[in-house]
Design a protein around this ligand. Structure first.
Ligand SMILES: [Zn+2]
Ligand SMILES: [Zn+2]
Length: 331
């Protein structure tokens, strides 16, 4: 079989590798599509050797001896985030906080391959109306769902979303069906602005306008009830903290890797709540898949490129450029 292996900074090489050997509780999946995640990009640029590709869907082609309830030919997606399923946090259902996250991550088999294996308790059956392409977006949809739930956003709240990459795009769609009164967003990429234009009340082109000032104006000088920072950048993190209304909530969804200076007193005096959001918790992957199956959220329109495994470097560079929506690899 063939698998894309990262062999240096920004350098995948597609290699012929042996098919994974199944443990008793595992299945072998023929990967139909695997999405490039924003989290993959940080390690791709740094050249961190890991197994890449956790947003995949495909069909079962082999089942381990101890697997019950699954058979060859089943159409599936796998909840294969790097959680162990056994530690204190996993048992609480807070898999994003798994204490073995890095280890579990490095030991999982990647989805940028013709075949991959996964434990059968991570599988989800695809309803017939859900395509493999749509199912590859179940994981990022679960990530966005987790952030929206953690935010405590309520019916009638005014929401701002800074950064409209795939996660930001999914957040605006979810807060819309969750009953936001108004949704404002800011983004620098024209293609991403276009993808959100019909969903949000106003999307500010941050290249030309001052997003914070405009959102302040739109909210009568008060600021949004909830601000989602989905870019992972220093400037958007500072803006998010500055623009939230008094008593409001800021959700840090983007994974910022640079220090952000802030005035702690301004958070205290304004009684802000600042929360982080990490992948998703128990049951949220299934909920995301249900929302896709029931057409409550349209994820297909967010897929802007589908590229073959051999073009994976080009696909990653496209993702790093910050243009467009979700990029899928078709092994
Ligand atoms: Zn992901
Ligand atoms: Zn764990």
């Amino acid at each position: 079989m063939r698998e894309a292996i990262l062999e240096g900074k920004r350098k995948f090489v597609v290699r012929d590798v042996p098919e994974p050997v199944l443990d008793e509780d595992e299945v072998l999946i023929k990967v139909r599509y695997c999405g490039i995640c924003g989290s993959d990009l940080i390690t791709y640029v740094e050249g961190v050797p890991a197994r890449y590709g956790h947003e995949y869907a495909g069909e079962i082609v082999e089942v381990g001896k101890g697997v019950k309830g699954w058979k060859t030919g089943d159409r599936v997606a796998a909840e294969c985030i790097g959680s162990c399923g056994e530690c204190y946090w996993c048992i609480r259902g807070e898999m994003g906080l798994c204490e073995n996250f890095d280890l579990a991550w490095s030991q999982s088999t990647g989805g940028f391959a013709t075949y991959t294996k996964v434990k059968c308790n991570r599988l989800h059956q695809l309803p017939s109306q859900v395509s493999y392409e749509q199912a590859a977006l179940a994981e990022p949809t679960a990530v966005a769902l987790h952030a929206v739930r953690l935010s405590g956003m309520g019916l009638g709240d005014v929401v701002a979303v800074l950064g409209l990459g795939p996660i930001g795009q999914l957040v605006v769609r979810l807060v819309k069906i969750a009953g936001a009164r108004a949704i404002y967003a800011a983004e620098v990429s024209q293609s991403r602005i276009e993808l959100a234009r019909d969903i949000v009340d106003e999307v500010i082109d941050a290249n030309v306008g001052d997003a914070a000032a405009r959102i302040h104006e739109l909210t009568g000088g008060r600021g949004p009830d909830v601000v989602f920072e989905c870019a992972g950048a220093v400037s958007t993190t500072q803006q998010a903290i500055a623009m939230a209304r008094k008593g409001g909530t800021v959700l840090l969804v983007g994974v910022g890797i640079h220090p952000v200076e802030m005035l702690a007193g301004s958070v205290a005096l304004r009684e802000l709540t600042i929360k982080g959001s990490m992948v998703f918790g128990a049951g949220e992957y299934a909920t995301a898949l249900n929302l896709i199956a029931d057409r409550k959220i349209d994820v297909a329109s967010l897929i802007t490129s589908v590229m073959p495994l051999d073009d994976i470097n080009e696909a990653f560079e496209k993702a790093v450029s910050g243009e467009g929506g979700k990029i899928l690899i078709k092994p």
